[in-house]
Ligand binder design. Structure first.
Ligand code: SF4
Ligand code: SF4
Length: 447
């Protein structure tokens, strides 16, 4: 049986899984931001002039919701300062001048055969290796697993990779099937569960065949075949497709007994446990009409985006927009100097060819946005009340339940900037809530 969810769209997938992984030469300098996860930022634990080895911990913190940061090359620390972050802000970063020796750090050794079966040892390794949600969410994986204890009975691995252009997960399935299954097994053991479910869209039948040939049941894994539809890879849609459970708006997956981890996260867990390797590199899909060619690049964390583009064939045209992740849910980067981070699945360099915005769009009331919303929302009305800044009505139409998948904008023949409006509206709601809280606190203090 092929599983799916209601709504969604079928964008032009523009994928190139036949392009093999090429290893990008590490840059002369890596810029490693101290924010590469959801939660408290890391604090630099090295200073200018220090020599660091590849894989050495360089950012740490004592708080629970946090993930350490490691050097992706060996060399000398030449700056500890604010640098452009790929997501837009200036962020404290450690800059390392690469000595091109890749002198390894020996702090993390492969786990032994007993530890590889021990939930606590695996969990500790996941934390020590700085593993976060590498599908782009960047939620600390150890924290997610512990948060699920006593609540979660289903571990779902996300193999949909439904965003156009991106195919690093597909390539990982084809290139490292056994390692990937072992990584999922480790996540399952750390979660203290007997079984994990691997949801994969059927347009990756070659990968499903390869994985099946390695007997996933031996690792406590069931492969679930899913319909090809965007946003199948969204956490809530994965849960619906695999378990039939529905995550209510505003609720967490653990509320319906599920945890979802990405394919790349599972592979990183394999590397951390079997190879003693922290999270310092990943496959990044580099594409878009500004590029001379598409590439799947094994890239060190901290590689500047401009350098990455150069190493992957260079620009054919001047990019107008840099998108991190996929074109539907990705985030725009503002600087070619900003580096890749653990959650960078793709870097898309777009020109006007991909920019579908029109001046002064007008809604024709066709309802096509409603028919594709996987959250069963009514984007046309949400947009109408957003334009009027009618917060009461926006709330009534559940605007804050939108998870910005972009399906409505994609399906809108009038090219209304729906998703952008909902993103802005959600920020406005957050600001109003914060202002309300501050007002109440001031009132309390004045009593
Ligand atoms: S309203 Fe939000 S959740 Fe629904 S289709 Fe549009 S972007 Fe996706
Ligand atoms: S799809 Fe676009 S044009 Fe059609 S009702 Fe929705 S917003 Fe209006």
């Amino acid at each position: 049986m092929i599983r799916s969810f209601r709504g969604g769209v079928h964008p032009d997938y523009m994928k190139a899984p036949q392009i093999p992984v090429n290893v990008v030469a590490p840059p002369p300098q890596v810029i490693i931001p101290m924010i590469q996860h959801i939660g408290a930022p890391a604090k630099p634990i090295v200073k200018v002039g220090d020599y660091v080895t590849m894989g050495q911990k360089i950012g740490d913190n004592e708080v629970p919701m946090f993930s350490p940061v490691h050097a992706s090359v060996s060399g000398k620390v030449v700056a500890v300062e604010q640098r452009p972050h790929p997501l837009g802000e200036m962020v404290m970063s450690v800059v390392i001048e690469n000595d091109f020796q890749d002198t390894p750090c020996t702090d993390l050794q492969p786990l032994n055969e007993f530890e590889l079966k021990d939930p606590d040892a695996i969990l500790q390794r996941i934390r020590d290796a700085g593993i976060v949600g590498m599908g782009g969410a960047m939620f600390p994986t150890g924290f997610k697993i512990v948060g699920g204890y006593g609540k979660v009975d289903k571990l779902v691995i996300n193999g949909a990779e439904c965003e156009p252009y991106l195919n690093g997960d597909h390539l990982t399935m084809l290139t490292f099937p056994e390692q990937l299954l072992k990584g999922i097994e480790l996540l399952r053991i750390a979660s203290r569960l007997d079984k994990a479910y691997y949801g994969i869209e059927v347009n990756k039948q070659d990968a499903i065949d390869v994985l099946m040939s390695h007997d996933p049941a031996k690792y406590g894994i069931e492969i679930v075949r899913e319909k090809v539809k965007y946003p199948q890879g969204a956490e809530k849609m994965q849960i619906k497709a695999v378990t039939g459970r529905e995550v209510k708006p505003g609720a967490l997956p653990s509320g319906v007994g599920c945890n979802v981890c990405s394919t790349r996260t599972a592979y990183a867990v394999y590397q951390a446990c079997y190879e003693g390797k922290p999270c310092i590199e990943r496959i990044v899909t580099v594409s878009g009409s500004a590029m001379n060619q598409t590439a799947n690049a094994l890239t060190r964390v901290g590689t500047p985006l401009g350098y990455l583009a150069e190493q992957c064939g260079g620009f054919a045209k001047t990019p107008r927009k840099i998108v991190l992740g996929g074109p539907m849910m990705g985030i725009c980067a503002t600087s070619l100097e900003a580096p890749t981070i653990k959650g960078t699945a793709g870097v898309l360099f777009f020109t006007e060819e991909e920019d579908k915005n029109v001046d002064d769009p007008t809604c024709i009331r066709c309802g096509k946005c409603i028919s594709v919303c996987p959250m069963h929302l009514e984007p046309v009305f949400m947009y109408m009340y957003y334009q009027k800044r009618d917060f009461e009505k926006m709330a009534q139409y559940h605007i804050t339940d939108c998870f910005e998948c972009g399906s409505c904008s994609y399906n809108c023949p009038a090219r209304m900037p729906l998703t952008h409006a909902f993103k802005t509206a959600k920020i406005m709601f957050q600001e109003r809530a914060a202002a309300e809280k501050a007002k109440l606190a001031a009132k309390e203090a004045a009593k």
